[in-house]
Design a protein around this ligand. Structure first.
Ligand SMILES: [Zn+2]
Length: 65
């Protein structure tokens, strides 16, 4: 069995932000910038939760007759 195939690099996931190879320092991102972008996504996402559109269904079109 030939043991010449040496895998020095562990399979790393690409940066979820820009798809560049991630670096260990900012894993799983490629840079601090992308890490911050991801953090910003989470923070802004908290404010971007869509309101329940179903609430609008409770309109007052019911005729109380
Ligand atoms: Zn990146």
């Amino acid at each position: 069995m030939p043991a010449s195939k040496v895998t020095r690099l562990r399979p790393t996931r690409p940066c979820p932000i820009c798809d560049k190879p991630s670096v260990q320092n900012f894993h799983p991102f490629c840079s601090a910038r992308c890490a911050n972008i991801d953090l910003g996504k989470w923070l802004t996402g908290a404010y971007a939760i869509p309101a329940e559109a179903g609430e609008e269904d409770d309109d007052f079109s019911e005729d109380e007759k």
